[in-house]
Design a protein around this ligand. Structure first.
Ligand SMILES: Cc1ncc(C[n+]2csc(CCOP(=O)(O)OP(=O)(O)O)c2C)c(N)n1
Length: 327
């Protein structure tokens, strides 16, 4: 591991990774105990992608996420209370309890949403980029998507349009080698997702997505290029999904070796060891971070538990956007 981040940024990145890990472990328990309804996809083991990407972004930059998006929202600075309440389907959630796990969104931190429609972020991102160009700001839009998503048409449409428009977009493929039960090796022509960038004349790089600092460096370079008006880039961050595709997945389609390899390459432990080696962190500090993060999460759980369900009359609210020019 090598770093290009400041010491305070490195510690913030480590804390964010711990926050995502502990949050999702708690969500797993709550879901198993029937406190959280619906369908849940966890990103445990993939935290370095979320954190590495968001450390390279400003609060006013945009992030478009996937069905596995809790970590992305936390890394972008979303409130744990609002996220947990949303998972519970409560009125105080970031989407007033109407989105749930796969549709969490929080525009106040530039998080334009998780999405149940696979690859949707890839086609929305050029549109966000166009909006940035029309408003003449130096913001950037990042679309995170899975390796399975990269095998769908909208990936190619989105990258093509963004490249054509030189839009300020970064495409980040979170390659965990599985599209639900389908392995990357039997579904991905050419093998490399990063190599597809060449077809659109943009830079493409594949890297170790468990190395948060490598993700941060690559994303910082891509973001700087986008801010300079030089157009999009594609990053393939290779990682390992520790859990099933969804909570409850019996995982009969894969062996146990991956889980072992995932834990050997644990992104949180890798960054902790690196920071300890640099004397930026020690065991006592690690414990302090753990305690503080657990308190934040328990506060979010208590908030969600105590919050009301949405009023049934709210079911028909917020369905349509307000278009002032139509008046
Ligand atoms: C348009 C569309 N097709 C199919 C699905 C069903 N589906 C949900 S997740 C998934 C696999 C996604 O794999 P990947 O993009 O690699 O993301 P990961 O789950 O590994 O994070 C599929 C096929 C969907 N949600 N939307």
């Amino acid at each position: 591991m090598t770093d290009t981040a400041r010491p305070d940024q490195l510690l913030e990145m480590y804390t964010a990774m711990v926050r995502i890990r502990r949050f999702e472990e708690r969500v797993r328990e709550l879901y198993a105990n029937g406190r959280i309804p619906g369908f849940i996809h966890l990103s445990i083991g993939q935290e370095a992608v979320a954190v590495g990407v968001c450390a390279a972004l400003r609060r006013d930059d945009y992030l478009l996420s996937t069905h596995r998006g809790h970590g992305h929202l936390i890394a972008k600075g979303g409130s744990l209370r609002a996220l947990m309440a949303e998972l519970y389907g409560k009125a105080t959630g970031c989407c007033k309890g109407k989105g749930g796990s796969m549709h969490v969104a929080d525009a106040s931190v530039g998080f334009l949403g998780a999405n149940g429609v696979l690859t949707a972020g890839c086609v929305l991102a050029p549109g966000v980029g166009l909006s940035i160009q029309l408003r003449k700001t130096d913001q950037v839009a990042v679309a995170i998507f899975g390796d399975g998503a990269a095998n769908r048409g909208p990936f190619h449409e989105g990258v093509n349009l963004a490249a054509l428009w030189r839009a300020p977009v970064v495409f980040v493929c979170e390659n965990n080698w599985w599209a639900s039960t389908t392995a990357h090796a039997v579904s991905t022509a050419g093998g490399s997702i990063a190599a597809r960038a060449a077809g659109y004349g943009i830079p493409g790089v594949a890297l170790d997505g468990n190395d948060g600092l490598a993700v941060f460096k690559a994303c910082s370079d891509a973001v700087a290029r986008a801010r300079r008006g030089e157009g999009p880039s594609l990053i393939e961050a290779q990682t390992i999904r520790w859990m099933g595709h969804y909570e409850g997945d019996p995982q009969l389609y894969r062996g146990k070796e991956e889980a072992v390899e995932g834990r050997r390459r644990d992104p949180v432990a890798l960054l902790r060891d690196y920071l300890e080696g640099k004397k930026l962190l020690d065991a006592a500090h690690v414990e302090l971070i753990e305690t503080a993060v657990r308190a934040e999460i328990e506060d979010a759980v208590a908030f969600a538990e105590a919050s009301p369900l949405p009023d049934s009359r709210a079911a028909l609210e917020d369905l349509f956007a307000y278009y002032p020019w139509r008046e």
